[in-house]
Design a binder for this molecule. Structure first.
Ligand SMILES: [Zn+2]
Length: 337
């Protein structure tokens, strides 16, 4: 059974994934790469640059450098940047394989493999724009770090039961990450709630939103017309339940049940880890963390790196029971089995 599984995964990579998704540059076809590292450095990926409405084919590692530069502060520790590079590489592989396997066509990509809209795929920034963003004093140093983070982890991916994982990540947790099913629909065995220290370093570890009671009522009524605000405003919130990570799982307001993630969306809160205080005409949300809270926390990863942890240890802290492997060696092992 296991052997059949390996065969299927292997075939998926070789027959479907590699030829369709990561096409080697034509100019390289006459010279076979000597090492696996060289092999990945020659792979290319088609990227739909959302802001410019154009598809660009680029080297896979160069694409990843743009993702790391856009997704994580370049001032972070090199081991955190490496963890980010491997998570981003794995995320892309997982996404492309699944799209291919399930025959999912993504019209938003206009024929490309991936896009640069952070709400849809992963954020990406060109080297030119990254250097501009960092300014003269830091740009050289920062780009060197990004290069090192991606090049020194070339070909490394995170696997669970020999398949690339859905390596989701977020900016800042509340001090504990979330179980996947408490944010999205599915229970994913490697996306479990874990302690995440050092989040206080994030500028968005805590945030506050103050609105009027009228706005609070209007926004909730617009999604639940049946909601009833009667009596003392202090009693509008009837009960709530928390997730293992400490976020609001469900909350009943004015006789209607909301998921914490839904309240986050309605009021554009930084996370679903919040408290609500209603005081006369004022409603105050106090929020902890920034992002969905599932998988690796970037600020938590940086803290672990500062404590001397290597990128493999950081990834294994945030993704449960996973392996950090060279994709090419994983495939070779499958052939031999
Ligand atoms: Zn996309």
């Amino acid at each position: 059974m296991k052997q059949i599984g390996y065969a299927v995964i292997f075939l998926m990579f070789v027959i479907i994934f590699i030829p369709l998704v990561l096409v080697k540059g034509c100019s390289q076809s006459s010279t076979q790469p000597k090492t696996k590292k060289a092999e990945e450095t020659q792979l290319t990926i088609k990227v739909y640059i959302t802001e410019e409405d154009k598809v660009v084919e680029m080297n896979f590692n160069e694409y990843l450098k743009g993702v790391v530069a856009a997704e994580m502060p370049a001032s972070f520790h090199i081991e955190a940047l490496k963890a980010q590079a491997v998570a981003a590489r794995t995320y892309v592989y997982h996404r492309l394989i699944n799209n291919e396997k399930n025959g999912i066509d993504v019209p938003e990509h206009k024929g490309a493999d991936i896009c640069t809209n952070p709400a849809h795929c992963k954020a990406w920034i060109s080297k030119k724009k990254a250097l501009e963003k960092w300014g003269l004093l830091s740009s050289g140093k920062y780009w060197d770090k990004i290069n090192k983070a991606v090049d020194e982890t070339t070909d490394m991916i995170i696997t669970y039961e020999h398949e690339p994982i859905d390596a989701v990540f977020h900016s800042t947790s509340s001090g504990r990450t979330e179980n996947s099913e408490e944010v999205w629909a599915n229970t994913i065995p490697y996306l479990r709630s874990v302690i995440s220290e050092g989040e206080e370093a994030s500028p968005k570890f805590t945030s506050k939103l103050e609105i009027t009671l009228t706005e609070f009522k209007e926004k909730l009524s617009s999604v639940r017309p049946e909601i009833k605000f009667e009596g003392n405003p202090g009693d509008f919130i009837e009960k709530f339940e928390k997730t293992e990570g400490g976020s609001i799982k469900t909350i009943r307001i004015g006789g209607c049940d909301f998921k914490g993630t839904e309240i986050r969306k309605i009021f554009e809160l930084n996370s679903a880890n919040f408290t609500i205080t209603i005081d006369n005409d004022k409603v105050v949300f106090n929020v902890k963390g920034n992002g969905h809270g599932v998988g690796m926390s970037q600020y938590g990863a940086n803290y672990l790196a500062q404590q001397g942890k290597y990128y493999e240890e950081i990834l294994k802290h945030y993704y449960k029971d996973v392996e950090i492997v060279k994709m090419s060696e994983e495939l070779n092992a499958k052939i031999k089995n």
